[in-house]
Design a protein around this ligand. Structure first.
Ligand SMILES: *[C@@H]1O[C@H](CO)[C@@H](O)[C@H](O)[C@H]1NC(C)=O
Ligand SMILES: *[C@@H]1O[C@H](CO)[C@@H](O)[C@H](O)[C@H]1NC(C)=O
Ligand SMILES: *[C@@H]1O[C@H](CO)[C@@H](O)[C@H](O)[C@H]1NC(C)=O
Ligand SMILES: *[C@@H]1O[C@H](CO)[C@@H](O)[C@H](O)[C@H]1NC(C)=O
Ligand SMILES: *[C@@H]1O[C@H](CO)[C@@H](O)[C@H](O)[C@H]1NC(C)=O
Ligand SMILES: *[C@@H]1O[C@H](CO)[C@@H](O)[C@H](O)[C@H]1NC(C)=O
Length: 386
């Protein structure tokens, strides 16, 4: 083209000018309308029961090198009477109980190197988010959750006020080499599970043949109201062997629900960071707003991870668990705790944003200056081409 005559160049140039001008105009209109376009293209529009629409929008990401910045280490005695020494942040980092791998994976573990005398507490970690939440969608992507005889880990949220009146939501919890995760709520006096009115795939936990429908933490020896997942890949060896997966807890004015997905079944919308709980099918466990006000009974929740040993659940159930010997004996040998570790890719908290506000948010994220710069770039490309 450049070698052709001047007039030909100008004729062809003006045709190109028109074509590129049209492209620039299209780009301009796309840029100006991009907030509307991007929202229409979003797959995670959700419908409220009142008919309004909203999206779950990222609020906090806990991952990689900054993961632990969002948490404080709990160093008190275990309220659930575990034979555990919850260590300080400094001690945990210095002794390999909490660290971030080079690839950004976050690890927390029980001590698996120290031989202990009988009855001595085993070192471990319990952390609690500085941030407190009042509703949200909490999505944990993990490779491994702790398990093993005598081991009792949990990923849960805990109310900021007097327990149990500000609520506790146990999202991942299990003991020994169990293969079924248990979801449990502990609350004040006004909450119960209503399996007849909620569709969930898990089974209500029973004590002495009676389903634990009462969530009151002051009743039934603090059994709470719990649901056992049907999937064998939801906790323990099978979950870890499958490469872990994703757990999600949705808490809003429509209640509280938990889903779990082993690695091969994680929905694409979660991977893409545009979660659509509406599309996930029935949850594994759900607490209906009709029998438990999810706002009044759950207040100022921090996100907690812990690993304890023996204690109220793992200790009291040890004799009937099929595990060898006794829980105190089991605790002495560090080789018994090689699988007592969390391996976490990310923890993301999403908040509900009504559609009208989401449009405003999209406009804010793509300010006029960005659009002007884009248009100027396109026009300079046009003139350079000429
Ligand atoms: C939300 O409501 C709209 C309009 O009623 C409907 O077309 C859409 O399928 C609904 N989406 C979901 C996920 O239920
Ligand atoms: C318990 O943890 C603290 C750090 O939080 C540490 O200084 C102490 O040595 C630990 N106790 C034992 C018995 O290991
Ligand atoms: C929740 O946190 C807010 C802000 O810190 C505080 O004002 C309120 O009293 C807390 N509520 C409860 C029930 O602890
Ligand atoms: C339980 O419900 C009663 C009556 O609605 C109310 O007065 C009381 O404050 C509630 N208690 C809690 C712990 O939410
Ligand atoms: C639960 O599922 C059944 C069968 O699919 C359906 O008829 C019922 O409306 C559902 N209940 C709720 C609360 O979604
Ligand atoms: C740790 O996990 C591996 C792989 O599942 C298993 O073979 C081993 O027995 C486990 N060890 C303990 C102490 O649980």
């Amino acid at each position: 083209m450049r070698s052709q005559g001047c007039s030909a160049h100008h004729r062809q140039g003006s045709v190109r000018h028109l074509r590129l001008g049209a492209v620039a105009l299209l780009a301009l209109s796309a840029a100006l309308g991009s907030h509307a376009v991007s929202l229409h293209q979003r797959d995670n529009l959700q419908n409220s029961s009142d008919g309004s629409s909203f999206v779950w929008t990222i609020q906090d990401t806990y991952a990689g090198k900054t993961f632990f910045d969002g948490f404080q280490f709990f160093t008190f005695g275990d309220p659930t009477h575990g034979t555990v020494n919850y260590t300080t942040a400094d001690y945990a980092f210095a002794n390999g109980l909490a660290y971030v791998q080079g690839d950004g994976v976050v690890v927390m573990k029980g001590d698996d190197t120290t031989q202990l005398a009988s009855g001595v507490n085993r070192n471990s970690v319990r952390i609690s988010s500085w941030a407190q939440y009042n509703t949200g969608l909490f999505i944990l992507d993990l490779n491994r959750a702790p398990w093993g005889c005598g081991v009792w880990p949990a990923w849960w949220t805990l109310g900021g006020g007097q327990w149990p009146y500000t609520g506790e939501i146990d999202i991942i919890e299990g003991v020994h080499d169990n293969e079924h995760n248990q979801v449990t709520w502990h609350t004040g006096a006004n909450c119960s599970l209503t399996p007849d009115f909620e569709n969930f795939t898990g089974t209500v936990v029973s004590t002495n043949g009676q389903p634990n429908l009462v969530c009151d933490g002051n009743a039934n020896g603090n059994a709470g109201c719990g649901v056992t997942e049907w999937s064998q890949a939801s906790y323990g060896p099978t979950f870890d062997a499958a490469g872990g997966g994703v757990f999600a807890m949705k808490w809003d004015d429509e209640g509280i629900a938990v889903w779990s997905f082993y690695r091969q079944a994680v929905p694409a919308d979660i991977v893409q960071g545009e979660p659509s709980p509406d599309q996930w099918g029935p949850p594994v466990a759900a607490l209906s707003p009709t029998a438990c006000d999810p706002i009044a009974n759950f207040v100022n929740h921090s996100i907690v991870f812990d690993i304890t040993f023996c204690g109220d659940w793992a200790g009291n159930s040890y004799a009937t668990s099929g595990c060898p010997g006794t829980c105190p004996d089991r605790l002495m040998d560090p080789a018994n705790f090689v699988n007592a570790s969390w391996s976490i890719n990310s923890l993301k908290v999403y908040r509900k944003v009504p559609l009208s506000k989401a449009v405003n948010g999209a406009q804010l994220r793509r300010p006029a200056s960005t659009i002007v710069a884009l248009v100027l770039t396109l026009f300079s490309l046009v003139f350079t081409a000429l």
